[in-house]
Write a protein that binds this ligand. Structure first.
Ligand code: 5GP
Length: 190
C-alpha cells in the first residue's frame, strides 16, 4: 500500500536494525483517516471471504480492526494480554513470546465471543517472528473457528514470521513489507 509506505517513510523511526517505531500514526497516536484507508484495503483484499468476525490482539491491532469491522458489519474481538482478576469468563488461552519486550505473556479470549461457527480474519499491527500470529492461530484452532485470512499492517520481511505462518498453510497479506532497517534506513520489499 503506497500510502502506508509514505507514512512509514515520513513518520517511522528506526531505533535499531530490528525495530520500527510508528507511534505517530499507529502505536501511540492514531491517524484515523489512515486507519480507514487500511480498513478499505483489507476489505478489498479479503472480499471473497465470508468473514463473520475480526480478531486481533490488544492493543495496536484494535484501531484498524474497528474501522474494518464497521465496513464489513461484523464484530471485532481482541484477545486480552495478561488478563486481570475481573476476567472471570471461561477462556481459551496460550502463552506467546513478545518480540519487543523479550518476555512471555498470556493471551486469552472468552468462549462467549468465539466459536466453531466463526469465520475469522485475524489482523495484527506488526509481524516479526510470527509469535503473536502463531499464538492467535493456536487459540482460534482450539475454539474450532475457521481462519479465513491473516492480515498484517507492517511485516518485517527480514524476520521469520511469514515463513512460519505459511508453513501451517495460511496465507499472509501484509500492507507494507519491510526488507531492511539497517543503519536507520527503511527499505521496502519491491
Ligand atoms: P511477532 O510476534 O511476530 O514476533 O511480533 C509481532 C508483535 O510484536 C506485534 O504484535 C507488535 O506488537 C510487536 N512488534 C514486533 N516488531 C515490532 C516493531 O518493529 N515495531 C513495533 N512497534 N512493534 C513490533
Amino acid at each position: 500500500m503506497k500510502l502506508l509506505e509514505e507514512y512509514i517513510r515520513t513518520y517511522g523511526e528506526v531505533p535499531n536494525d530490528d525495530v520500527l517505531k510508528v507511534d505517530a500514526f499507529l502505536n501511540h497516536q492514531i491517524d484515523t483517516r489512515l486507519m480507514m484507508q487500511l480498513a478499505e484495503d483489507f476489505k478489498e483484499h479479503f472480499k471473497d471471504q465470508k468473514i463473520t468476525k475480526i480478531v486481533t490482539i490488544e492493543t495496536s491491532g484494535i484501531a484498524p480492526c474497528v474501522f474494518l469491522g464497521y465496513l464489513l458489519h461484523v464484530p471485532v474481538v481482541y484477545m486480552k494480554k495478561n488478563p486481570s482478576k475481573i476476567m472471570t469468563d471461561d477462556c481459551y488461552h496460550t502463552n506467546i513470546h513478545s518480540f519487543t519486550k523479550d518476555r512471555d505473556y498470556e493471551i486469552v479470549i472468552s468462549k462467549k465471543y468465539i466459536s466453531s461457527e466463526d469465520n475469522v480474519l485475524f489482523i495484527d499491527d506488526f509481524m516479526a517472528n510470527g509469535e503473536a500470529c502463531l499464538g492467535a492461530i493456536r487459540v482460534l484452532k482450539e475454539a474450532q473457528a475457521t481462519i479465513c485470512g491473516i492480515g498484517i499492517v507492517i511485516e518485517k520481511a527480514f524476520q521469520s514470521g511469514r515463513k512460519q505462518v505459511q508453513a501451517l498453510g495460511y496465507d499472509v497479506y501484509a500492507q507494507a513489507r519491510i526488507a531492511s532497517l539497517k543503519n536507520g534506513t527503511i527499505v521496502f520489499v519491491e
